[in-house]
Write a protein that binds this ligand. Structure first.
Ligand code: SAM
Length: 492
């Protein structure tokens, strides 16, 4: 190791830091010109200021600040030691050197950083000559040796700064925020810093200044691959995107497409609402979930597309994307599109997601409710889901919650009927979970397979035999499971 390898230590300096005193308690003692300038500085750093000074000693500006409630607390008397209670920083600006020294000693005893104006030995920190332009702060220190010179140097520096530097800094701040939003992981911190540094180095200040929300969105498309494009490319692409969007908007304003989310009910055409039937008749395109049986479209002549078959969480999202693209294309052609779902669209039907999606694309979605299997299947099995003295509440759950997991179940309650959709593949797991939650093992249960359809089957079970019954009876989807004392309400 040689001494050339590392820089020489130049002792005697101050540690230059930007002290964040937002919402910290700063005590300012005095009411003259220096105290006023301290108040301004502290206010600009969003501190909570306590000012101690008798009214007669207050400069007009301080009276104004007090009146405007910019000063958190004004104490109308001379300083007392109790004023130091809860204080994070003290700025003393009084003409009495003996009292100043006492204040300094009291602060140091209490480890409160203190600055006594004009007495360097009583300063734990100095004020620096500062230039401020928006988020930019440049500070010059001569370590107490030449404050006037510091202001001259500051003015020279400020005079040489390029115009609009504050805007450039604000834009970079926005970009930085966006990058953190898009890629928040701490493992990406190096990538984020490196990419941001390259942008700052490669782009002129004039260019950085022009970064607005739209250009930032365009620029962010390069972040994933860690590319730093030229500013001109970003400008060009953003312009093009705006032109495309305006063009699309113009087309939008002339088209008359319509999208209706329709609940088909459990599968019996007679159990569809009149409104739903009319909507199907008016359609140019019906995009239907596969659980809706063909009999529902027997009188329909328009184009019908069934949801693509894809299993697994990612695949089902792929299928959802494909469906949405079909609908959007047809809407842009001015067609009436029916998005058809079994039962009710808003009960375990992803109906809400689709409404959000189309709204985001600028389409108003009409929704027509349907009879949900959650209520029609129990009825098909002669089960009143509520029944005096047997059940006064109904819980409807899915066997396939987020990531295919069972949802969190509440403890057993004898007055509750539990209805489980999508339960077939989860019967064993469900049985265990229910027992764990205190459901009695012999509690009556019933599966309704293809309820309200010609192939309907009603199969009895108990909480402990759910898995076994599904297997032995070869129960298949769509089937709804009903559990609770109400299951036998009409059979006894
Ligand atoms: C994706 S969820 C859709 C639920 C639908 N939105 C509703 O309100 O009925 C599909 C589940 O609905 C239930 N289901 C739909 N039609 C049914 C029918 N005809 N008989 C019994 N259960 C049915 C089954 O539990 C099936 O697994």
């Amino acid at each position: 190791m040689s001494s050339e390898e590392y820089p020489n230590i130049r002792s005697g300096g101050s540690l230059l830091l930007a002290w964040r005193i937002k919402n910290k308690n700063v005590l300012i003692v005095g009411g003259g010109e220096v105290a006023t300038s301290r108040v301004i500085k502290a206010l600009e750093a969003d501190a909570l200021i306590t000012l101690v000074c008798p009214e007669k000693g207050l400069k007009d500006e301080l009276k104004y600040r007090i009146q405007q409630k910019q000063i958190y607390k004004w104490i109308n008397r001379e300083f007392e030691v109790s004023d130091l209670e809860g204080i994070d920083m003290v700025l003393s600006a009084i003409d009495d050197p003996i009292r100043s020294e006492e204040i300094c000693v009291m602060c140091r005893e209490r480890k409160i950083p203190v600055n006594v104006a004009d007495i360097p030995l009583m300063c734990d920190f100095y004020f620096m000559a500062e230039h401020r332009d928006g988020p930019l702060q440049i500070a010059v220190s001569t370590n107490g040796q030449g404050p006037k010179l510091a202001t001259i140097i500051r003015d020279r520096i400020a005079g040489n700064l390029p115009k609009g530097i504050a805007e450039a800094i604000k834009s970079v701040g926005l970009l930085r925020q966006k990058v953190r939003q898009v890629d928040p992981s701490h493992t990406s911190s190096k990538k984020r810093m490196n990419w941001m540094s390259r942008i700052c180095e490669q782009w002129a200040l004039e260019e950085l200044k022009q970064l607005d929300e739209e250009k930032i969105t365009t620029l962010m498309t390069f972040y994933e691959n860690n590319d730093v494009p030229n500013f001109s490319l970003i400008k060009e692409r953003t312009l093009q995107k705006n032109l495309d969007e305006n063009f699309e908007k113009q087309i939008d304003s002339t088209k008359k497409g319509r999208i209706i989310l329709v609940g088909a009910g459990p599968g019996d055409p007679e159990l569809m609402t009149i409104k739903a039937t009319k909507a199907l008749m008016s359609a140019d395109l019906i995009v239907s979930d596969r659980l809706v049986p063909p009999v529902i479209f027997s009188n329909i002549t328009c184009e019908i597309r069934l949801a693509p078959v894809k299993s697994g969480e990612d695949k089902s999202q792929e299928s959802q994307n494909e469906i949405q693209t079909w609908c959007l294309d047809a809407l842009n052609e001015g067609k009436t599109v029916i998005r058809l779902k079994v039962g009710d669209p808003f009960l375990f039907g992803r109906g809400g997601e689709e409404v959000t999606y189309f709204r985001e694309k600028g389409w108003n979605v009409e929704v027509i409710p349907g009879i949900s299997s959650a209520l029609s299947a129990p009825m098909a099995a002669d089960v009143p889901v509520t029944h005096r003295n047997l059940s006064d509440q109904v819980l409807i759950i899915t066997g396939q919650g987020t990531k295919g997991r069972l949802p969190e179940l509440p403890k057993y309650h004898e007055m509750r009927t539990t209805v489980v959709l999508m339960s077939v593949g989860k019967a064993n797991e469900l049985s265990k979970e229910l027992l764990d939650k205190g459901y009695p093992e012999h509690l009556p249960s019933v599966f309704v397979e293809n309820g309200n359809r010609p192939e309907e089957r009603i199969i009895s079970a108990t909480v402990s035999t759910l898995g076994e019954v599904v297997e032995k009876q070869h129960i298949v989807s769509p089937a709804t499971l009903i559990i609770g004392r109400s299951v036998n309400a009409l059979t006894n």
